[in-house]
Design a protein around this ligand. Structure first.
Ligand code: SAM
Length: 275
């Protein structure tokens, strides 16, 4: 029996629909695995580096109304909820939203104002349907999975209050989503730097969120200038940025090699504001 290769459509709308489906299928299939790996607070990258950076940049006051895009199993939503924020957390994957709800329902020690909704952040109307107005929006490690960013920035602009903040934390496009390889030392074979082979053009690639992951995710590389251009085109302005190194660990304990490269920022946190 011959196996049929899936047809690649040539019409741009059909291509986009196929990419959205591929992204959704990837997160849906891996949802139980991701939920287990991330646990209640996210992995060491999330709770050690990304979440604290997002929190610093959001600078929220108690009771602030926040929307999250690409919330996964809800680690950051619960973190904000425990601090008294009112959170609507959204994700493309119904299976991950179900994990987020289950993990949040089992927190009995305090009343939290955290709700979840399935929404595709590459479709502006799905964001606008989330209501608002919100004091702030946040997206942690989501943009690499999105074939389009303009709808998320446009949607955020429409549901944020004037002066509202949108913090995006993502893999650093110059280092961690561009065509890179870890450069290993000839003496001991340990990574001591990176070789970057491509950066300026957009492309689709595959990667893992941790080394135990069997099936890689589809990722979309775009250079930093293009990411920012989509936000600026939506009317947002950039007013803060931090470059973030991985949490440091000895090589034996390191889950991804980034942990032993403290001088190379694997992630970037960007703060946009709606004027
Ligand atoms: C690496 S995980 C990050 C999850 C969470 N923010 C965290 O930091 O633990 C990426 C998440 O993006 C979600 N995602 C991917 N594409 C999306 C889209 N178009 N709209 C909303 N969520 C999306 C996935 O379902 C997944 O939960």
């Amino acid at each position: 029996m011959t196996q049929q290769q899936p047809q690649t459509p040539t019409d741009p709308d059909a291509m986009l629909a196929q990419l959205r489906q591929q992204v959704r299928d990837g997160w849906e299939k891996g949802a139980d695995f991701f939920d287990q790996r991330w646990g209640d607070q996210g992995d060491e990258f999330h709770h050690g580096v990304f979440a604290p950076a997002a929190e610093r940049m959001l600078g929220l006051e108690h009771g602030a109304r926040v929307i999250e895009f690409a919330c996964g199993n809800g680690a950051f939503a619960r973190r904000l909820g425990r601090q008294g924020m009112r959170v609507l957390a959204t994700d493309l994957s119904p299976a991950l939203i179900a994990h987020a709800e289950r993990r949040t329902e089992t927190i009995a020690d305090q009343a939290m104002d955290v709700a979840y909704q399935v929404a595709d952040a590459t479709i502006e109307r799905e964001i606008v349907n989330c209501g608002g107005p919100f004091d702030a929006a946040v997206c942690i490690m989501g943009v690499m999975s999105m074939p389009l960013l303009r709808p998320m920035f446009g949607g955020a602009w429409r549901i944020l209050k004037p002066r509202g903040i949108f913090v995006v934390v993502t893999l650093h496009p110059a280092f961690a989503t561009s065509g890179y390889k870890f450069a290993k030392s000839e003496q001991d074979g340990e990574p001591h730097g990176l070789t970057i082979e491509r950066y300026l053009s957009r492309y689709v690639t595959h990667g893992v969120t941790n080394t135990a992951q069997k099936e890689p995710q589809i990722y979309f590389h775009r250079p930093l200038g293009e990411l920012l251009a989509d936000a600026f085109a939506a009317g947002l302005v950039l007013d803060g940025m931090e470059e973030l190194a991985a949490p440091q660990q000895e090589i034996e304990q390191s889950r991804l090699m980034w942990n032993v490269l403290p001088e190379i920022p694997m992630a970037i946190a960007l703060r946009f504001r709606r004027p």
